[in-house]
Design a protein around this ligand. Sequence first.
Ligand SMILES: Cc1cc2nc3c(=O)[nH]c(=O)nc-3n(C[C@H](O)[C@H](O)[C@H](O)COP(=O)(O)OP(=O)(O)OC[C@H]3O[C@@H](n4cnc5c(N)ncnc54)[C@H](O)[C@@H]3O)c2cc1C
Length: 462
Amino acid sequence: MSEANDTKHFDLISIGSGSAGRKVAVVLKRAGWNTALVEARVEDHFGGTCINTGCIPTKALVEAAHNGYSFSEAKEHEKKIVERIRKGTLRHVTERVGVTVIRGFASFVDDHTIEVNGERYSADYFVIATGSEPAIPPIKGINQVHYSTNEDILKLEKPPKRLLIIGGGRIGLEFGQMLHKFGSQVTIFEGMQQILPGEDTEMANALKDYLVSLGINIYTGRFVDEVKEITKENGTREFEVHLYEGENAGVYKGDMLLVSTGRKPRISQLRVENAGVEIEKGAIKVNEFFQTSRPHIFAIGDVVGNPMFTNWAAFQAGVLIKNLKKSKTKSDDWKPLVSPSIPRITFTVPELASVGLTEEEAREKYGDQVVVYKFYNKWLGKSMIVNDWVGFLKGIGIKGSNEIIGAHLWGMRTASIIQMLVLARDNGLGWKELGEMIYGHPVLAEGIEALGNNMARLTQSD
Ligand SMILES: Cc1cc2nc3c(=O)[nH]c(=O)nc-3n(C[C@H](O)[C@H](O)[C@H](O)COP(=O)(O)OP(=O)(O)OC[C@H]3O[C@@H](n4cnc5c(N)ncnc54)[C@H](O)[C@@H]3O)c2cc1C
């Protein structure tokens, strides 16, 4: 493994080894640049949030729960996967590609120098890719209680008896359903009127009804007013969530309190002010080339704000790499970010995968031109075969147009199936083409054939 060498000067230093920073350091190293990667937590977090405490471990647990593993079997399964990917990634970056890994927490000294563990490193270019951290809302009492975050949940040795979750977004729902499957009594509080705020309301409500039908308590429409923690005589903690008013007003008790109310860019202690890098609304301010207010310092991934997805972080890295490979300073060759379709996935079982506008957004934009069609999974042979009875696929289009304005797929393996719609949307294809191609049979993707044909018929674009 190549560690920080004596040179201490690099062409480029990425700060953060997640999907964003790592990709830039690796690809440019392969292109002949002398690159380094700084990671604060090499032993337990190399490769960033997705590999270690985000996408991979949560999905490993969700899948294991669904497949009937016990909690300890699931944990073992998850640990093995995470370790394998983390170690493989570290080996790949250092041994195979030869990127210098600097271990420790970086902070800027000036716009060409950072400090890590008392050592200074300079570079012609920097990439800030320090990711995000849980955003904790200012609920009364929150700072006096031992609340948990996604990282704490992953360290659990056994599921809590009663789990209270503040936040009905992706992270809360995924952990909630998974721990419910392992036997926890789960209660989720979402302040907005619907779970998955920002997603299609009909889809979110259908998913909520389904989760409630499984036995998960979900209360929407009131932000938690107060939380309390009581230490019992036997030393164990009991948590209380208070809703002062509304139809669900009351005091809810649990043995663990998960706060999953979103994430915010991880910037504090990075001392970006020493480099003259500006922050806007809590995120590093960048232009369409991911340049910060200092043109040789870039920022990509969660640290530049929403949406926070690993695929989006890596996509941004790709835009930056292509430009830097063309010319080291901004030139006419550089291509700005052109926003592609970003699939948004909630890994409940079944999954909810969306791309494009929600029905509410479409109606706001196109009024009564909007066309909606729903295809119920239970109508499909393969769905019956794999026991996919509950979900449905929703297409959103506009009259007289073949364009896929929005698609919301709730059902088994829709997280993979959505890619067809992403490909179509970004390449000038529409409902008609989705309906016209030949599908394997019996496969779950046949739902898209039906969605495509019916949307083409209803929008009269066929
Ligand atoms: C529970 C959970 C589940 C998720 N599930 C999904 C999912 O299913 N699909 C999906 O697309 N996205 C998912 N995400 C989001 C995804 O993990 C992030 O969008 C992605 O990891 C962002 O990549 P990044 O490179 O910007 O930052 P990160 O992956 O967070 O990497 C940043 C790295 O920088 C290091 N670091 C921070 N500050 C410093 C410093 N000053 N010096 C040195 N190192 C530093 C950190 O230790 C970290 O390793 C999930 C997130 C969470 C929390």
